[in-house]
Design a protein around this ligand. Sequence first.
Ligand code: ADP
Length: 405
Amino acid sequence: MSSTGTKLEAVNSAQPKLKLRALLVEDNALDAALVVRALFKDGFDVSADVVQDEAGFTKAIHAKCPEIVLADYNLPTWKGMEVLKALRREGLDIPMILVSGALGDVTAVECIKQGATDYVLKDGLARLPEVVRRALREKNERSLRRQVEENLARKADELARSNADLEQFAYVASHDLQEPLRMVAAYTQLLGERYKGKLDADADKFIGYATEGATRMQVLIQDLLAFSRVGRNTGSSESIDCNAAMKDVLQTLAGAIQESGAVVTHGELPALWADRTQITQIFQNLVGNALKFRGNNPPLISIQVEKTGQHWQFSVSDNGIGIAPEHADNIFVVFQRLHARTEYPGNGIGLAICKKIVERAGGRIWVESQAGSGSTFKFTMPIHNADEPAPDQHAPDEKENEAKL
Ligand code: ADP
């Protein structure tokens, strides 16, 4: 029995019943007894406190955190709907069902809109057990969902933190390793120059290996540093005309294009709100790879764009050696390559950098290919929102710009 209310217990029958802690907000003792009886009759072992005003309600929810609140709509000194405010104030998610003598449909709908779980008329109490069961079920589902969401948010936090730690580690390690490695490279080179032919043949060979290893490691560390720098020292975003960026890239690659007899075509490209260096890096890596991993015929490379929802979808397709589908994911991992460097030069960092840039911008990148039949690399970049400062976006048209250099 609460200080301001009455305690009602429905005696357990032989059949196992579902225990229920209820809080009744009711001024009529007889009605409260009928409510408990209706629940008891339908399988609940009810322990109910009955209160009639706010003070009693607050005290009861603190004393015994009920599983359900059954509130009369009209009370002499309080209002059933005030219960919701009190629950919110206490930060409690407890279903509240209105149990009322008379409640018009319009009022009932309004009460549910404001947060009441349901309503039952006092002359229809037979419905109450089912309504209570449903409310408890929904509450249970809500807490489960909340728990899952909280777990997910915690995991995402942990992941973000460990990613940041890893990035920091890769950056510091690659940055700080540069200096001692420079010493190793410089002095093995010096050894090679100064003592070549003065020791035995093995010594020359070993010094050669050491110099080669140190030089190679320098390149790898520089690549790693370039990878961890993506997003660290990002230049500010601006409106980038991809046609101009592509023109720069084709100029940079002019030697390889000419030497291979490649034909590179592209439609009208849109403007992106992005970092200029990074966009150029993506184009250069993809077009550069299309030139490098060519087959027996001169490369045919086509760059196209289409609009897909909120993104531009770029594609860079070639007629080169292609990629077996089982490698479609790992080629985007740092230092993952499918060929020996003697076959095709490179370090396996280009696509990892592209992926990092694209994903940081909110897009994704993937490849569609079969071994031996060319590759199409696709990536998406968000379409710039027109409310942001003046990006000059224009949809690509059919016009093809052909760059045969
Ligand atoms: P790299 O070009 O230095 O090897 P990337 O990260 O750019 O590094 O590419 C990783 C690997 O993906 C390449 O070694 C190659 O095996 C494969 N690859 C990339 N682009 C193509 C392409 N256009 N055609 C066939 N294979 C490709």
